[in-house]
Design a protein around this ligand. Structure first.
Ligand code: AP5
Length: 219
């Protein structure tokens, strides 16, 4: 089963992808994570993407299309359970490219799950978040602080918290504007094929997960 998780920054795509991996063995393909890895490695893709991401704008289509094509071809990626596309596609050109990449491999999309959210609440979600750089556990300034301020609750790492450079309020507003202008318009492309399912993304995390699981179970 191959699914796309669609929604603006902070909608919960990464959070729900992690749960689907744990529950169903699906493989997550997050272009945001791939680009952050490329920046960390100072690869040519990372050098090209860094300033664009820090401005909250979209990285060129050909860059992310190539990243996805490369991951689909890694043999260890074929768990057999399928893929979760998280943060991809984000433009119509990316959607068309994904269709071609899948059909070349005799694969198809099963669902496009749109998380319906309130943008103002998302600014709070994003600007307050931080995570442990050792184990990835997520925290929030207002909703989920570590029990001991400098220690990760899960792995015990000390002073290892990090924030994403694009999680400032101004950049989040640009990211949301990019979503409205370039990503939301791809929904009709999938609606015309009856693939879009909508989930209330402002509900508690476990409830959002249950709604997504119900859609996948009904398939
Ligand atoms: P990317 O990394 O994809 O970021 P994003 O889409 O802006 O999404 P986020 O990761 O910020 O949010 P999310 O929806 O995953 O929410 P999360 O689960 O983390 O992209 C970053 C940049 O890379 C882009 O701006 C662009 O420059 C570039 N890029 C990436 N892909 C690209 C592409 N295809 N084309 C071109 N450029 C590309 O949750 C957020 C917070 O909310 C967390 O703290 C979480 O705990 C909390 N939370 C989640 N769900 C709930 C809930 N139901 N209730 C309460 N809190 C919740």
């Amino acid at each position: 089963m191959n699914i796309i998780l669609l929604g603006p920054p902070g909608a919960g795509k990464g959070t729900q992808a992690a749960r689907l991996i744990a529950d169903r063995g699906l493989v997550q393909l997050s272009t945001g994570d791939m680009l952050r890895e490329a920046i960390k490695a100072a690869s040519p893709v990372g050098l090209r993407a860094k300033a664009i991401m820090e401005a909250g704008e979209l990285v060129p289509d050909e860059v992310v299309n190539e990243l996805i094509a490369g991951r689909l071809d890694l043999p260890e990626r074929y768990s057999g359970a399928g893929f979760i596309f998280d943060g991809y596609p984000r433009t119509e050109a990316q959607a068309v490219s994904l269709d071609a990449l899948l059909s070349e491999r005799d694969m198809k999309l099963d669902h496009v799950i749109e998380l319906i959210v309130d943008e103002d609440a998302l600014v709070d979600r994003i600007t307050g978040r931080f995570s442990c750089s050792k184990c990835g556990e997520g925290y929030h300034d207002r909703h989920k602080l570590p029990k001991v301020p400098s220690l990760c609750d899960v792995c015990g790492a000390e002073e290892a918290f990090k924030r994403r450079p694009d999680d400032t309020e101004q950049t989040v507003r640009t990211r949301m504007a990019e979503y409205r202008a370039k990503t939301a318009p791809i929904l009709p492309y999938y609606e015309a094929r009856g693939l879009v399912r909508r989930v209330e993304g402002m509900a508690p995390i476990a409830e959002v997960e249950r709604a997504i699981e119900a859609i996948l179970d009904a398939a």
